[in-house]
Design a binder for this molecule. Structure first.
Ligand code: CP3
Length: 343
């Protein structure tokens, strides 16, 4: 069975001998071969050069052939950039956006949605290269940020600790907030359609900051926009929704038109599996910090997670968030070995 078939079967919640495995942000800084490329080109140069972006995408699969999926090497923030709000990395860590979006006039001055596919054509070119290279063997994942998560960066002007500006906009000027989210939703729809046309087998939406909204406002601030996106994509096209810190909303997420819900490590995945509808796959959810321990500990904890889901269907093995730069190669190897040899 190819990795791609295994992944698609898991998304369809069909029985499998073992779950498929992939890791978010896998091309990240923990791989020496990534750091070697990064020494020659900036992150954004690599993202915008299809041959380089494809190469970085494939690096984890070359080192760990047991991985079942490749995730496009890019960033969620290419959407604000395509809309006219570029970004950079702060020397002290985190993201710095050019300007802050604070007024309705600034929202209206963003680039038209019709400009997005052309400005991000390098993403389509990268996916097309990958599609060819993977030859249908491995799953090819496209992705983007959720409208809410992108809005946090755009309104805060970068990474934030308290998210006060975006929350204040939500509570005090809902018309401007909605105009921004509508714009982002429309841009993401054309962006995902382009990724699908270029060969993405599934799309993962990152609602990384979904967990900072007041519970009763999750629908208005985030989930309703995600639902609009899934409704606009081809029926049956698989969308995976990752959100951090949103355990109370898992059932609502499962009914948002997605095929899989990806959860952080604070959830007990076996309980999530029992709670969500049987036709919705679950993805996750080892604590990424385990990748900084030892191969024995990783094997033990991965085995424990697998055991807790024995005889269930619809599980895609993953970490509960992205892999960190401090992750050890030997821990990643232990994870791949444990999942791929599990009986
Ligand atoms: O596996 C992959 O490499 C896929 C590519 C990918 C990246 N970012 C590459 C990246 C994906 C799927 C993302 C998603 C992303 N980007 C999210 C959602 C996922 C999550 O982490 O919750 C978010 C919030 C971003 C925005 C972003 N980009 C942040 C917060 C950072 C870290 C900044 C810092 O100072 O650490 C980035 C940078 C980034 N994106 C790197 C990579 C490989 C590191 C760049 C480098 O230093 O080489």
């Amino acid at each position: 069975m190819t990795s791609r078939d295994r992944f698609l079967s898991a998304l369809a919640c069909q029985p499998l001998d073992r779950p498929p495995l992939w890791v978010m942000r896998q091309a990240g800084r923990y791989l020496p071969e990534y750091r070697a490329l990064k020494a020659k080109s900036s992150f954004l140069e690599m993202v915008k050069t299809p041959a380089l972006a494809a190469e970085v995408t494939l690096q984890p699969l070359r080192r760990f052939p047991g991985l079942d999926a490749a995730i496009l090497f890019s960033d969620i923030l290419v959407i604000p950039e395509a809309l006219g709000q570029p970004y950079a990395f702060r020397d002290t860590g985190g993201i710095e956006m050019a300007r802050r979006i604070e007024t309705r006039a600034q929202v209206d001055a963003l680039a038209p949605v019709s400009a997005v596919p052309e400005r991000l054509s390098y993403v389509g070119d990268t996916l097309a290269l990958l599609k060819k290279e993977l030859a249908g063997e491995k799953m090819l994942l496209g992705f983007g940020g959720s409208p809410w998560t992108l809005a946090t960066y755009m309104v805060e002007g970068g990474s934030s600790d308290d998210f006060e500006r975006v929350k204040l906009l939500f509570y005090t000027d809902r018309a401007t907030f909605d105009a921004l989210l509508e714009k982002l939703t429309a841009a993401l729809i054309v962006y995902f359609q382009m990724q699908i046309a270029a060969g993405a087998d599934a799309i993962q939406i990152f609602d990384s900051w979904g967990g900072i909204i007041a519970g009763p406002d999750y629908e208005a601030a985030s989930l309703q926009w995600i639902r609009r996106i899934t409704a606009a994509l081809p029926p049956d096209f698989p969308v995976i929704l990752y959100a951090k810190g949103t355990a109370p909303h898992l059932t609502d997420q499962a009914f948002s038109g997605v095929r899989a819900v990806s959860v952080d490590w604070t959830n007990d995945l076996a309980i999530v599996r029992r709670t969500l509808p049987a036709n919705i796959a679950v993805q996750g959810n080892l604590d990424p910090v385990l990748m900084q321990t030892t191969p024995d500990i990783v094997a033990r904890e991965a085995g424990r997670l697998l055991e807790s889901l024995r005889d269930t269907t619809g599980h895609i093995f993953n970490l509960g968030h992205g892999i960190t730069p401090q992750a050890k190669i030997e821990c990643m190897q232990a994870l791949v070995d444990t999942v791929t040899t599990w009986k």
